[in-house]
Design a protein around this ligand. Structure first.
Ligand SMILES: Nc1ncnc2c1ncn2[C@@H]1O[C@H](COP(=O)(O)OP(=O)(O)OP(=O)(O)O)[C@@H](O)[C@H]1O
Ligand SMILES: [Mg+2]
Length: 434
């Protein structure tokens, strides 16, 4: 699943984006408001100095007061220069109007502010220059940078980290549920989510899904049992019918009747074979068959099977090749294992007619591949069920039990069965663990 399709991921990204957006806008608005207030305050302080001197009517007193202010002023906060009738009192050289940066103020560096707001006023008589230190504004910037660095960035990092953990966890849960659904729909009835015990909704969904799968498996098991029971109960009567038909064959019959009898015998044989297979699969699934286990040389067995089917392949106009890379001694039932190989070869002959059949044994994996139409991915689980046949095979003989038998035999031997794409054709892999 592509990560961007994950709902929790999208939600986390949106939440973090909204959070960051709000914080940034909030901080920006707070900064703008505080900046305005501080600027207004600086303006006011300049106005106050101008107003104070302007309010003194006597020239001498005005000059004297300006001198007091200049000698008392901390140049960091206030620069002042007053000139009246050629006399100047000042703690600063003359500076132009406006916002002046510290580089433009010819005073020793550590005693001055980062910048000043400079105003000139003509007090008639007398010319006044006032510079108000703007350190409060630089401090404001520093404060906001600190808020950004110590609050916003850690908050963002933390929320992102939490987001990632939550997304990972939820994605894993969703993946587990999706995977289980996929396996169930492929026919693997034993698939379960096994959600850990927690009170999240996804955990609940997982447990509900497991309960549903449990019920489905039980129902399928019951059906299977009914199937086996029916096969079991009908086998004896149908065998009796076969025996009677055989006896009928001994009688002297007209040509048309013999034809009908032949067909009836073929069909009863088919029915008996189907019942036999159904019963045998049920027995294998019940674990019966392990009694016959012994050492089997799988390479030699494949060699024998290839020889047996070589002529059938030739008759069908194709070839059967065997490649053995590694010998594989297994513990199993020789008869059942040859049945497994036979079913796969017969399927290739029947469902992929005229295409070369390749058998191989390498690294504990037995493979049978053909060059036919193959089985679409979505159907690979279904064909393993008993009596399942694909639409395309309706016209071929068979009862849809071959692969179910292969699966049951593989399971009995603890081997994994996988159907794959031979591009073109079907690859059946039986992976042994022995
Ligand atoms: N090699 C193959 N290539 C393409 N389709 C296949 C192949 N093997 C099996 N199938 C499909 O899977 C279905 C099930 O196979 P399975 O062997 O269980 O039954 P069958 O061959 O139809 O009958 P049976 O084996 O009982 O005589 C087949 O009907 C066919 O549609
Ligand atoms: Mg078959």
């Amino acid at each position: 699943m592509s990560r961007m399709r994950s709902t929790p991921l999208k939600l986390s990204v949106v939440l973090i984006a909204v959070f960051t957006g709000f914080m940034t806008v909030g901080l920006a608005v707070a900064y703008a408001l505080m900046h305005e207030t501080l600027s207004a305050d600086i303006d006011l302080r300049a106005d106050q100095v101008i107003a104070e001197l302007a309010a003194i009517p006597e020239e001498d007193e005005r000059l004297e007061r300006a001198g007091e202010i200049a000698s008392a002023a901390d140049p960091r906060a206030l620069l002042i220069r007053f000139t009246l009738d050629g006399n100047t009192v000042a703690n600063s050289p003359d500076l132009p109007d406006g916002v002046i940066h510290e580089d433009e103020v010819p005073l020793p560096e550590p005693t001055i502010a980062d910048s000043y707001l400079v105003r000139h006023a003509d007090l008639v008589p007398g010319v006044l220059m006032v510079g108000i230190g703007r350190d409060s504004l630089s401090e404001l910037v520093e404060t906001f940078v600190s808020i950004l660095g110590f609050v916003l960035l850690p908050a963002l990092t933390l929320t992102s980290a939490i987001g990632i953990v939550v997304v990972r966890r939820t994605t894993a849960r969703v993946e587990a549920i999706r995977g289980t659904l996929h396996r169930l729909s492929e026919g693997e009835l034993g698939a379960r989510v096994c959600a850990p015990h927690s009170d999240t909704d996804l955990g609940d969904i997982g447990r509900d899904l497991d309960r549903m799968a449990e019920a489905q498996e039980a129902a399928t098991g019951a059906l299977r049992q009914i199937g086996a029971d029916i096969a079991h109960d009908l086998r004896t009567p149908i065998q009796r019918v076969a025996v009677r038909l055989e006896r009928l064959g001994d009688a002297d019959l007209p040509g048309a009747a013999r034809d009908l009898l032949d067909r009836a015998q073929t069909e009863t044989a088919q029915i008996i074979a189907t019942f036999q297979s159904l019963l045998q699969i049920a027995q294998l699934e019940g674990g019966q068959g392990r009694d016959g286990f012994g050492p089997v040389d799988l390479a030699a067995l494949m060699h024998d099977m290839t020889e047996i089917y070589e002529t059938s392949a030739e008759d069908a106009g194709t070839t059967l090749t065997l490649t053995i890379d590694d010998p594989l001694p297994v513990t199993g039932d020789r008869h059942l294992l040859s049945r497994l190989i036979a079913n796969l070869i017969e399927n290739a002959l029947r469902h992929a007619p005229g295409t070369p059949i390749r058998l191989s044994l390498a690294g504990k994996v037995l493979t049978v591949a053909d060059g036919g139409p193959g089985i679409p991915e979505g159907k690979r689980g279904i064909v393993l069920r008993r009596l399942a046949r694909l639409e395309a095979s309706r016209s071929t003989p068979g009862s849809g039990l071959g692969l179910a038998m292969v699966k049951a035999i593989a399971d009995l031997h603890g081997a994994d069965l996988t159907l794959g794409d031979a591009a073109p054709g079907l690859t059946v892999r039986v992976s042994f663990h022995a």
